[in-house]
Ligand binder design. Structure first.
Ligand SMILES: C[S@@+](CC[C@H](N)C(=O)[O-])C[C@H]1O[C@@H](n2cnc3c(N)ncnc32)[C@H](O)[C@@H]1O
Length: 287
């Protein structure tokens, strides 16, 4: 399968592909995302604003994977949907889709995307063009991974029948994803610790039944509702970017560049996608 990964970030779709697949192009406008992607993967990645891509500049691919910006739909934002200026790139992509009509199309976004104008516009186009579609919400916890990250997924195909992934019981336990001792730069600001400890979602490093909360791009910046804190060796600390990447399903060699500021590393990781979920929703396209 030849894949175009739009809004590629760290390459969550790239990480989910099979060795025989190739990414013909990954596209992201963010400098650090682009730099990290090119360090981790050998596929071509261009740093471009999707809103300005012309149809002739789009290479041929079997699958278009897209994780467009979620702020227009997120409950934490103003939910301006297609009227939000950050929807410009997604609207452009809908035009490019009409020009190229790729065989398979897949999208990931926050759960509030479901039923939005952005969703309806895509669903109407897919129906008019004869695609078979599955859409629904999925979390790595549904696939036996000890982390919640409920996201909306849509998979459409001209040739295959996408369907809901089967849910699985907890298979890998949280301690298996953790460093034995605190990695560098995972201390919690003492002021934040003093003010918010009672509000933290905390998991114990030895707890085999623990399930981490969803890590967002605001982790380490916003003290609550941005992810879990870890109690290990009698001390509370942050999960490291590498531990979160492991929970997201990225292979161990994927490490954030050491010169990346801590906040930026957590932002890129928190904005990424569960590789296990991507693999599960794309599985019917391989049959
Ligand atoms: C939700 S994240 C997707 C992350 C990705 N799926 C991953 O695996 O890491 C959205 C990405 O879209 C990029 N982005 C946002 N607006 C863009 C635009 N207009 N053109 C290109 N990239 C854009 C951001 O830099 C960010 O990396």
């Amino acid at each position: 399968m030849q894949v175009l990964e739009w809004f590629s970030g760290l390459g969550g779709c790239t990480a989910a592909l099979r060795p025989t697949d190739s990414v013909v192009q990954a596209i992201d406008q963010d400098e650090m995302a682009h730099r990290t992607y090119t360090q981790w993967w050998s596929h071509p990645c261009i740093r471009r604003n999707v809103a300005h891509i012309k149809p002739a500049a789009v290479p041929q691919a079997d699958l278009w994977w897209m994780s467009p910006p979620c702020q227009p739909y997120s409950i934490r934002g103003r939910q301006q949907d297609l009227a939000d200026r950050r929807s410009g790139a997604y609207l452009r992509l809908l035009e490019l889709m009409d020009a190229h009509k790729p065989q398979h199309i897949a999208l990931e976004n926050v759960p509030w995307f479901e039923g939005s104008q952005g969703h309806q516009r895509l669903a109407t186009w897919l129906e008019a063009n004869g695609y078979a579609v599955w859409s629904g919400c999925l979390s790595p916890a549904d696939l036996g991974i000890p982390m919640v990250r409920r996201r909306f997924f849509l998979v459409a195909s001209q040739t295959h029948t996408p369907c809901a992934p089967a849910h699985q019981p907890l298979a890998k336990r949280l301690p298996a994803f953790l460093s034995a001792s605190a990695p560098q730069d995972t201390d919690i600001d003492p002021d934040v610790l003093a003010r918010f400890t009672d509000a933290f979602h905390t998991v114990d490093a030895d707890d085999k039944d623990a399930i981490a909360a969803c890590f967002t791009g605001a982790y380490a910046r916003s003290p609550v509702y941005a992810g879990s804190y870890l109690r290990q060796n009698g001390k509370l600390r942050l999960f490291s970017p590498h531990e979160i990447l492991a929970l997201m399903g990225f292979p161990p060699q994927c490490r954030m560049p050491s010169d990346l500021p801590r906040r930026k590393a957590y932002k890129l990781v928190g904005n990424s996608v569960s590789v296990d979920c991507v693999r599960a929703v794309l599985a019917p396209l391989y049959l």
